[in-house]
Design a protein. Structure first.
Length: 406
């Protein structure tokens, strides 16, 4: 019988020694009876870090997790006989920061005097689980943002359509308001001036003709101004609708779709969308673009967002009362790269401001969010392109340079 027990104990010892998990045998007081190589490796950093000289597992565990030590003791005390053999699992952590390690701890009470502890490091597994949870959370947050943005765009779109329909109605009413009838009435009174002078006198006759003539002229002028304003508003609405369409495409297809893209075509479309703003501010735009420009690989919608944002920045940087109002757009086609330059005669900036332009949240506008340029840079970097904005100083305009690798 004794020989049989010795063989069993030898087998148990060999299993512990060669186990891929850290294994320790302790007694009821926590003193370590046996410790395999894996366990020594796992516990060594903890023993060294806390300068532990005791050979008691409770002391070692208490250095990193006192609460777990209490729980472990309670569990062992509750199973005070060999027949009430139980197992339980816990988690304990050693180290901090980059040196932090996670272990799953399993306790098996083999006898009233012997407890077997098995612990396995799962730091990498824990890290992957955390990353997965974080990725799922970020995906859900992003999806929520897309849904909110889609609803906002939908509401803006409905409001714009309603506004556009009212403008169209006003324009039609103007077209049916025949101001020439009033002018015809003025002509009739002028023809009948002699008869009117006989009836009411020359002074009153002249006054009637002048008043009617003035009313007719004012009506023509007002109708012309209203018609121009309506046309301008309709251009702005078209611009807004184009931007909404771009944003919808971005939301509906948020993945980066790389296709051959014409930078010239993007610039032309952006210029058409910004025509009303440029015309209203009397900004002259010159283009120096070769007839043949290499195509670039990219997402047209996102690149259009970038060019639109940069052009709008240039427009807003030019003072409405400035004498020199100009924007120049240049494309230089090198063998291995394509360079786009946008130069404006705006207010420019100093060196200190230039260092902060791409800092998220920084803005020089009173109503800006500070996200535009940072977003532009992110889009361009995803296209293996780089952007730089320079200025010779306040009042000397700005030069934006984008380089695409071919």
């Amino acid at each position: 019988m004794g020989n049989h027990l010795t063989q069993t104990e030898d087998k148990l010892f060999m299993l512990m020694k060669h186990s891929q998990q850290g294994m320790a045998e302790i007694d009821m007081t926590g003193s370590i009876l046996n410790l395999n190589a894996r366990a020594e490796i796992a516990l060594a950093p903890l023993i060294t870090a806390h300068d532990i000289t005791s050979n008691n597992f409770y002391d070692i565990l208490a250095a990193t997790d006192p609460a777990l030590t209490v729980t472990l003791k309670q569990f062992i005390e509750e199973t005070d006989s060999h027949e009430e053999q139980k197992t339980s699992s816990f988690v304990f952590i050693t180290g901090t920061g980059k040196n932090e390690k996670h272990f799953s701890l399993q306790i098996i009470k083999l006898s009233p005097e012997s407890i077997l502890l098995s612990f396995e490091e799962n730091t990498e597994k824990n890290r992957k689980e955390r990353l997965l949870k974080q990725a799922i959370l970020e995906k859900n947050v992003l999806q929520g943002k897309f849904e909110i943005a889609a609803n906002v765009l939908h509401d803006i779109g409905n409001a714009v359509v309603g506004f556009s329909s009212y403008l169209t109605r006003i324009k039609r009413l103007l077209e049916t308001d025949h101001s020439e009838n009033l002018q015809n009435l003025v002509g009739f009174f002028e023809q009948q001036r002699a008869a009117m002078s006989t009836a009411i006198g020359d002074a009153k006759s002249d006054a009637v003709v002048k008043i009617l003539s003035g009313i007719a002229q004012t009506q023509r002028s007002n109708q012309s101004d209203i018609s121009k304003s309506i046309t301008e508003q309709q251009h702005i609405i078209t611009h807004i609708q184009e931007i909404l369409n771009i944003q919808r495409q971005y939301i509906n297809g948020s993945r980066h779709e790389e296709k051959p893209v014409s930078l010239t075509s993007i610039i032309n479309d952006c210029m058409a969308m910004l025509y009303a703003s440029l015309n209203k501010r009397n900004i002259a735009v010159s283009q120096n673009i070769p007839a043949e420009v290499s195509l670039i690989q990219g997402d047209r919608t996102k690149l259009m967002q970038v060019i639109l944002n940069l052009l709008k920045n240039s427009i807003e940087a030019i003072d409405i009362y400035a004498v020199d109002k100009a924007i120049s757009i240049t494309i230089i086609n090198y063998p291995d790269s394509l360079v786009l330059q946008i130069k404006d005669s705006g207010k420019g900036f100093d060196e200190e401001t230039g260092k902060k332009l791409f800092t998220r949240g920084f803005t020089t506008k009173s109503s800006g969010s500070g996200l535009g340029l940072d977003h532009c840079r992110a889009i361009l970097e995803s296209h293996q392109a780089c952007i730089d904005i320079t200025s010779e100083g306040p009042g000397k305009g700005a030069l934006t340079t984008i380089k695409f690798n071919l």
